[in-house]
Structures are given as C-alpha cells and as structure tokens.
Design a protein around this ligand. Structure first.
Ligand SMILES: [Cu+2]
Length: 138
C-alpha cells in the first residue's frame, strides 16, 4: 500500500466519523424540537340506536377520535357535559354556550378528536337519559 492511498483511507474514515457524529447530533436536536407524536391515533366508532349509545363507555388516548353515527330515524343532538346547560364540557366540540350541541341527522356521522387527558360524558339533548362516558388518557 502506498503512502498516498493510506492517507486517503484515513481521510475517508475521518469524514465518515464526522458525518456519523453530525447526523447523530442533528437527529437528537430534531427529536428534542418536535412534540411527541401520538402513537397510532385511532378512530373509535360509537353507534347511536333506539337503545342508546353503543358502546356506552370508551377508554381512549389523547389524539384519538370518536366517530358517532346516528342509526335512529330521529336527529341526534349530541351534547357534552351536564344537561341542559352543557357549559361544564371539558372538550366542548359544540363550544360551551348554554344549551349548545352537535346536530347529527339520521344516518349521518360526526367525528371529534380528543386532545388531553380527562373524563367526560355525552348525552342526547332530546333524550337526556341516553348517555355515554369517555375516559381519555395521555
Ligand atoms: Cu342536554
């Protein structure tokens, strides 16, 4: 092996080491700057029938969504919080104006994404006995 080719392979090894170091540092910085991605956010289906919500209790993670589908012949007035005001809602998809709700017509669906841990409840504002619970973990 000549002296020159020896120098080239040392240089190449140094460049490679520098590149590995640079990308490992860059990777660390990028990871630190980005918010932790939700691990595989999911969409959970809730059917609303004449018997009420199904399932009636759901445990999900922050970043997951619920899709309610109204399978009744009536409209569903989906409300979070205590009937009739709904102003104590935690996620407040309908806002937190007194008596506000999400209108889901017969055969239609509505999807909402939950951000942040907490426990809450939903009901049909027209039939407030029809209730369900949602528990959201981090
Ligand atoms: Cu209500």
């Amino acid at each position: 092996m000549s002296k020159q080719s020896g120098n080239i392979s040392v240089r190449a090894a140094l460049l490679l080491a520098a590149a590995i170091y640079y990308f490992s540092i860059a990777g660390t910085i990028l990871q630190a700057d980005q918010p932790e991605p939700a691990a595989n956010p999911k969409i959970y289906n809730i059917n609303y029938t004449d018997k009420g919500f199904s399932p009636k209790k759901l445990k999900i993670k922050s970043g997951d969504s619920i899709r309610w589908t109204n399978k009744t012949e009536m409209e569903l007035q989906l409300a979070e919080g205590s009937h009739p005001k709904h102003t104590d809602c935690k996620y407040c998809p309908h806002g937190n104006k007194k008596g506000s709700y999400i209108l889901i017509d017969s055969g239609e669906s509505y999807t909402f994404k939950f951000i942040g841990a907490g426990a809450t409840s939903f009901h049909d504002h027209l039939l407030p006995g029809m209730k369900m619970k949602v528990i959201v973990s981090e």
